[in-house]
Ligand binder design. Structure first.
Ligand code: GLT
Ligand code: MN
Ligand code: MN
Length: 398
């Protein structure tokens, strides 16, 4: 296929990133082993740069094996930094694996064993040191093992309190280091635990407000994790943006109600992906999300290594195509007209609701609000949605 304007190009401002664990995924699942060779991190960087990515993100153990000595660690990091320099890739985000090792089988920050919590905090600090060394500005925390199969095991309130203590400890430590790192907490309702604490982005947003340094902590919503229980990613992300808490994002595809599929971005629920990109790009009017567009997904198990790069390019191309379509949709005069048609009385009435006063109360009571008249006309959303679908299907090109 010859290159076109939807091919990603970091030199034109595209900031697409992938986890080492995503393009490095060898295709193993609970029913079968790997189907692709495990590529070395350096080979993954070369592939990502060739595909047009801006950067790469990593867990501590994607790069450095669990239990490596300090000397081994430094050697590995030096080689990786060289590969970053030669490919020009950045590391905007780093994360820590608090779920693979058996020590975390009953949780890391929420473990009932304070020694396990201390071990997890120490591991997180080492991962942050690595992230800072590589230039990361954001640390993602996905608490895959923070949950339960049987709630006989502990009172969930203890779990929440222990997680808060660990995050408070870590944010204070980061401040002590003089770093400007920010944390992004990632929710997931279940898998691998029967139920995971703080199951959605909404749960996380509340939890964050209870932290000692709440200003340093935001969210990392993932499409698949919001869609698994049938929730709207668009609404979760919008709530995070409205609260200035969208510190990072995990883009992928997912069928509702399944296990965490982590499919190529936009390959499921294309309409949801369209409205998500519209939100992130700010084509509807609000400022755009300014962070990297990160893909937390992997290629189908059917693929060989070439298929992995098809997958990576597909994620980025779909994002760019949707961004283009969203911009055109919001410039459409009929779209604008329908939105205006529905947004009424902002000045005369909306203003009165902005803050309470006795004069405002009186004015509200005096308004002539006849529900029969207000209910009298349809909203024209059938037409609006059809327009969205037609943009999505490739009509109305510019
Ligand atoms: C793991 C998980 C993802 C998280 C990664 C970051 S680890 O792959 O399934 O959703 O974002 O810890
Ligand atoms: Mn996932
Ligand atoms: Mn994720």
């Amino acid at each position: 296929m010859s290159p076109d304007r939807y091919d990603p190009d970091p030199s034109c401002g595209d900031r697409f990133t992938f986890g080492l664990w995503t393009v490095g995924n060898p295709g193993a699942d609970p029913f079968g082993g790997p189907v692709r060779p495990r590529l070395e991190p350096e080979a993954l960087l070369e592939g990502l740069a060739a595909a047009g990515a801006y950067g790469v993100n990593l867990h501590d153990n994607d790069l450095i094996p669990f239990g490596a000595t300090a000397g081994e660690r430094d050697r590995i990091v030096a080689g990786f930094r060289k590969a970053l320099e030669s490919t020009g890739l950045k590391v905007p985000m780093a994360t820590t694996n608090l779920f693979s090792h058996a020590v975390f089988r009953d949780g890391a920050f929420s473990s009932s064993d304070a020694q396990v919590r201390a071990f997890a905090v120490r591991k997180a600090m080492a991962a942050m040191e690595l992230g800072v060394e590589l230039g990361a500005e954001t640390i993602v925390f996905w608490g895959g093992r923070e949950g339960s199969e049987t709630d006989a095991c502990r009172d969930p309130r203890d779990a929440i309190r222990w997680m808060r203590e660990c995050f408070d400890f870590l944010t204070s430590w980061v401040q002590d280091q003089g770093w400007s790192l920010r944390f992004a907490l990632e929710a997931k309702p279940n898998e691998p635990r029967g139920d995971i604490y703080l199951a959605t982005t909404g749960h996380m947003l509340h939890f964050i407000e209870t932290l000692e340094h709440a200003e340093m902590v935001g969210v990392n919503p993932e499409v698949a994790h919001e869609n698994m229980p049938g929730l709207s990613m668009v609404h979760g992300v919008a709530q995070a943006m409205e609260a200035d808490k969208l510190f990072h994002i995990d883009l992928n595809g997912q069928k509702i109600g399944r296990y965490d599929q982590d499919l190529r971005f936009g390959s499921e629920d294309l309409k949801g992906a369209f409205f998500l990109v519209r939100l992130l790009e700010g084509t509807g009017g609000y400022p755009a999300y300014s962070g990297p567009r990160h893909f937390d997904a992997h290629a189908y198990r059917t693929e060989d290594v070439a298929g992995v790069w098809d997958f990576a390019k597909g994620c980025m191309r779909t994002y760019k195509i949707l961004a283009h379509r969203a911009k055109a949709f919001d410039l459409n005069s009929e779209v604008q007209e329908i939105l205006r048609f529905n947004r009424r009385a902002e000045k005369e009435v909306g203003e009165l609701l902005k803050s309470y006063s006795s004069a405002g109360l009186e004015a509200i009571q005096k308004l002539d609000l006849d529900p029969e008249i207000l209910a009298d006309r349809g909203h024209r959303y059938e037409r609006l949605d059809q327009l969205a679908m037609e943009y999505l299907m490739g009509l109305h090109h510019e």
